[in-house]
Design a binder for this molecule. Structure first.
Ligand SMILES: Cc1cc2nc3c(=O)[nH]c(=O)nc-3n(C[C@H](O)[C@H](O)[C@H](O)COP(=O)(O)OP(=O)(O)OC[C@H]3O[C@@H](n4cnc5c(N)ncnc54)[C@H](O)[C@@H]3O)c2cc1C
Length: 492
């Protein structure tokens, strides 16, 4: 939560303003369309206070280091470079002077060309090159080239919203949806492709089908919206020239919020950790934020709490808004970080995903040592990997996440990698985290729920801007980009 007190009347006519938790993308002064938001804010004589409920900044960006110096990611593991949102984050990384800490993954990296699927009791390599598109790749019964070639001739169905499974089944066939889309949804959203909404998870694909009748034709003919104020940093130019696809940081992704925190402190932003917000009221165009020992007032509150955390904080007169916010479901994921002595992986690559048709307890396994060997211990050769488990299947597989036994989760992860990868060794390090409600599920109808939330805020003239992964994109890039957009809109 970020609270902003106005020392002058430039932005608001009242003496106080409040913002909650935005990750501001900051630009160096003098750059096109930008200007340093932090500096601009201080020139406008606004005092900003960031309130965070826990003892550290970063939310799901959380890295931990073992005694031997291995870095394990407990949540987010890499950030993509592609698209406007990816460039925007790199602009921010550039401003934060994090370039020397970057660990880029280029298109030539084995983690990019070697991605696997576990299906029908075997690990299958997913097609990654042009020539592999023309070969039949199991478990599909046809080559991807055949499925792609047929797509433009498939009928468009005018729909208001549709599940990812149904959408991709219509466009590319049942096998494509059952194996690839299903596994992808488990890997990205820890969710069910039969419930997730194409309109909200991939709005661009939804729109181009509606407009062009085909994803292939639409991808060739449509132009994505640009933004000339994004992607102008030297780092974006370097990433483009060197064909980066994703990145991490030397000390783990935790370094990003840590550096952002120091940067904001230098810009006179007050950061207050261990300060959970307990209640939010709105009165006379002012938001009142109750913490343990204070009530803060503001003319604008930017709130990036997960919608399910925000809902119970709202005063009873906004129960309709609270109800809509609490209707956005979220999935719980168990993240099991493992480290083994020596080199134990039979395959090099990013890792593998497991579709839900496969009787397996894991959503997927990430080969961390392969993607970021720089995070391995310098002391001796080890192999780090992470098992992702649960998601929308958590309760049916493991029961109540509140009381689940972590040893049972560890055992399940080890049994899975024994069965899938033939790894029998005992890990020299393991860590089990149960992340409650960590990934919002944009299920069918999500866009309607958002409309009713935004209509409520507008109609009641609440000084509230909603940010974070519950609404318009779950990736770190989406969260940062949408925060920037919202802050810039507010400044107009
Ligand atoms: C296991 C996992 C792996 C992921 N992997 C990737 C990946 O590789 N790449 C990628 O781009 N994305 C990934 N994601 C998604 C991405 O990390 C998240 O969607 C994103 O970090 C969400 O950011 P956020 O600020 O919206 O929410 P959060 O990170 O949840 O932050 C919300 C913050 O609000 C605080 N808070 C909660 N309640 C209160 C309160 N009452 N008062 C004050 N503060 C409060 C919390 O302590 C927290 O710090 C992953 C997510 C998970 C869970």
């Amino acid at each position: 939560m970020l609270v902003q007190h106005c020392k002058s009347k430039i932005i608001g006519s009242k003496p106080k303003q409040t913002i909650q938790n935005p990750r501001l993308p900051l630009k160096r002064e003098g750059r096109r369309g930008g200007g340093d938001v932090g500096e601009k804010v201080s020139k406008l004589a606004i005092q900003i206070l960031l309130l965070e409920g826990s003892s550290r900044l970063g939310g799901w960006l959380h890295s931990c280091k073992t005694e031997d110096g291995s870095v394990h990611e407990l949540g987010t593991r890499s950030i993509r470079v592609t698209g406007l949102v990816g460039k925007n984050t790199l602009d921010m990384v550039d401003t934060l002077n994090l370039e020397t800490s970057l660990l880029p993954v280029t298109s030539a990296h084995p983690a990019v060309s070697n991605r696997f699927l576990y299906a029908e009791g075997k690990i299958h390599k997913l097609p990654a090159s042009l020539s592999s598109l023309f070969r039949r790749s199991e478990p599909l019964s046809k080559s991807l080239a055949v499925l792609l070639a047929r797509e433009p001739f498939r009928r468009k169905v005018p729909v208001d919203d549709e599940s990812l499974h149904s959408f991709f089944e219509r466009r590319f066939g049942l096998e494509f949806a059952t194996y690839l889309v299903d596994a992808f949804c488990r890997g990205i959203f820890a969710g069910k492709s039969s419930e997730l909404s194409i309109k909200s998870c991939f709005p661009h694909l939804f729109e181009i089908e509606q407009k062009y009748g085909s994803l292939i034709l639409g991808s060739l003919l449509s132009k994505r919206e640009g933004d000339s104020s994004v992607g102008n940093s030297p780092l974006v130019k370097r990433a483009t020239a060197e064909r980066w696809l994703s990145w991490s940081l030397k000390a783990g992704l935790q370094e990003l919020p840590d550096r952002l925190g120091s940067y904001l402190t230098e810009k006179d932003v007050q950061i207050s950790t261990d300060t959970p917000c307990r209640r939010i009221e709105f009165k006379d165009k002012v938001a009142r934020i109750h913490t343990k020992d204070k009530v803060l007032e503001t003319e604008r509150l930017f709130c990036s709490l997960p919608s399910t955390n925000l809902a119970p904080l709202l005063a009873p007169e906004h129960s309709d808004l609270a109800k809509s916010l609490s209707e956005i479901p979220s999935a719980t994921v168990a993240v099991v970080n493992l480290e083994f002595e020596g080199s134990v992986l039979p395959l090099q690559g990013f890792g593998y995903l497991v579709p839900s048709c496969e009787p397996s307890n894991v959503l997927g396994v990430v080969f961390d040592s392969c993607t970021f060997p720089e995070h391995d211990t310098p002391v001796r050769e080890t192999t780090r990997m992470t098992c992702m488990m649960g998601g929308e299947w958590f309760e049916e597989l493991f029961g109540d996440p509140e009381v689940v036994c972590k040893d049972k989760l560890l055992l399940t992860a080890l049994e899975s990698i024994k069965a899938h990868l033939n790894i029998h060794e005992k890990p020299i390090y393991s860590n089990v985290s149960v992340h409650r409600d960590c990934i919002p599920q944009y299920t069918i109808g999500h866009s309607k729920r958002l409309d009713s939330i935004h209509d409520y805020i507008q109609n009641h003239k609440l000084p509230l801007t909603l940010l974070g992964s519950s609404y318009h994109g779950v990736s770190v890039n989406d969260c940062i980009f949408n925060a920037r957009k919202a802050v810039l809109e507010q400044r107009r």
